[in-house]
Design a protein around this ligand. Structure first.
Ligand SMILES: *[C@@H]1O[C@H](CO)[C@@H](O)[C@H](O)[C@H]1NC(C)=O
Ligand SMILES: *[C@@H]1O[C@H](CO)[C@@H](O)[C@H](O)[C@H]1NC(C)=O
Ligand SMILES: *[C@@H]1O[C@H](CO)[C@@H](O)[C@H](O)[C@H]1NC(C)=O
Ligand SMILES: *[C@@H]1O[C@H](CO)[C@@H](O)[C@H](O)[C@H]1NC(C)=O
Length: 359
């Protein structure tokens, strides 16, 4: 009896260790370079004195160690953090601006996060907000590539870059800007301009030596509490969701094309739309009790104001899909990262992030 208990305890520990590390200890952990918007920002904007688009104050970070606001638009970690951990990293890479301030170190060769909240694919998006647009994030990456070449020599640098995972999560802010600006541009023309911008960014990264792209497309942004309050019923804004679906479909076509054109390019495309709609349609499967209301905010759906120190705060945060008017909770971000990492073809194609990393 005693023996069995000990044995099952050991089995439990072994199983638990396996899941918590998930990635195979025999496989080397690939470096990860993260680009994008607030869904992946781990503190970039907190290091930009001139921007107001920041989350370095409570209640952000309430479920972090010591309830510390870290600049993440979340009650804790975000999906960039969870993805890094799933790929085998002990912790999520620091923002590029952190290294810029403290000095470049060899730690940067294991990973850097360039993501900046409110940025988009287009330089125009967030132009007046003093954030780091995608084109600038790529210039910053270029300086990391130079450091790598300086330290390791060109051949080794190219080898390391080819093994690295390039994670990109962006595009929602371009579509938000399109609607906020009441743009007269035809929707198809606008989507094409976003895809053309994406193609330029991927080409630039490829030319620097990147080969493995983990691309995260646009979620059903019309279902964010900030958009739901523009629908009298509190339902999703369908027109924005239509945009998100069209974007995914065009991005899928682009990536297929690029993977034929660019030798050795590999990619995994995460379908954030399907992943999120699946949760919204079946909240009980994931133990969510609220999929339309922000946990932190004010007013209708807690979405008429952003999350500030004196905003309303929910207590059962793991039961909410949305942390604030636009961003998922820590728990929802973890679900998303696990799906990107190990999900099936319904959610991530043609391979998942685990398979991408293993190449
Ligand atoms: C570990 O490696 C094995 C064999 O390479 C693979 O089948 C399995 O999916 C890997 N596990 C994880 C969690 O990546
Ligand atoms: C939206 O309008 C603002 C303010 O005029 C402008 O700065 C920004 O570039 C526009 N964004 C897009 C995507 O057109
Ligand atoms: C508002 O939400 C309802 C569902 O509650 C949906 O049927 C309707 O199309 C939405 N309206 C708009 C303008 O998106
Ligand atoms: C949901 O909650 C039940 C009961 O607490 C638990 O058994 C189950 O594992 C939870 N499901 C998920 C997806 O967390």
């Amino acid at each position: 009896m005693e023996k069995t208990n000990v044995l099952s305890y050991i089995v439990f520990i072994v199983t638990f260790l396996h899941i918590s590390q998930i990635s195979n200890s025999t496989k080397p952990t690939p470096p990860i370079f993260i680009f994008g918007d607030s869904t992946a920002d781990v503190g970039t904007n907190s290091l930009l004195p001139a921007t107001k688009i920041r989350a370095d104050f409570p209640h952000n970070g309430i479920d972090f160690f010591h309830s510390k606001p870290t600049g993440r638009f979340s009650n804790g970690f975000n999906s960039a953090d969870f993805l890094s951990k799933l790929l085998g990293h002990k912790s999520s890479p620091q923002p590029y601006l952190f290294f810029l301030k403290r000095g470049f170190t060899t730690k940067m060769l294991r990973g850097v996060n360039f993501a900046s909240a409110a940025s988009g694919l287009l330089d125009m998006t967030g132009k007046d907000l003093n954030i780091v647009p995608m084109s600038e994030q790529i210039k910053q990456f270029e300086s990391v590539c130079s450091l790598l070449t300086y330290l390791k020599g060109r051949d080794m640098a190219m080898h390391i870059l080819a093994k690295s995972v390039i994670s990109i999560s962006t595009g929602s802010n371009d579509i938000f800007a399109y609607f906020e600006n009441k743009s007269k541009v035809d929707p198809d023309v606008f989507t094409n301009s976003l895809i053309t911008a994406y193609e330029c960014h991927i080409n630039a990264l490829y030319n620097l030596g990147a080969r493995k792209f983990g691309i995260i497309s646009i979620p059903p942004i019309g279902c964010c509490p900030s958009q739901r309050i523009n629908n009298g019923t509190g339902g999703c804004l369908e027109i924005e969701n239509t945009f998100a679906r069209a974007f995914h479909s065009s991005l899928d076509t682009l990536l297929k094309k690029l993977s034929y054109k660019l030798p050795d390019m590999k990619y995994a495309l995460g379908n954030s739309y399907e992943m999120t709609i699946n949760v919204i349609d079946h909240p009980q499967l994931f133990n969510f009790t609220s999929i339309d209301t922000a946990c932190c905010g004010e007013g209708w759906l807690n979405a008429e104001r952003s999350c500030t120190p004196d905003a309303n705060l929910c207590s059962n945060r793991d039961e909410y899909l949305f942390w604030d008017l636009n961003h998922p909770t820590r728990y929802a971000s973890e679900l998303a990262a696990v799906t990107l990492y190990s999900g099936g073809k319904q959610f991530v194609t043609p391979i998942n992030f685990a398979q991408l990393a293993a190449y």
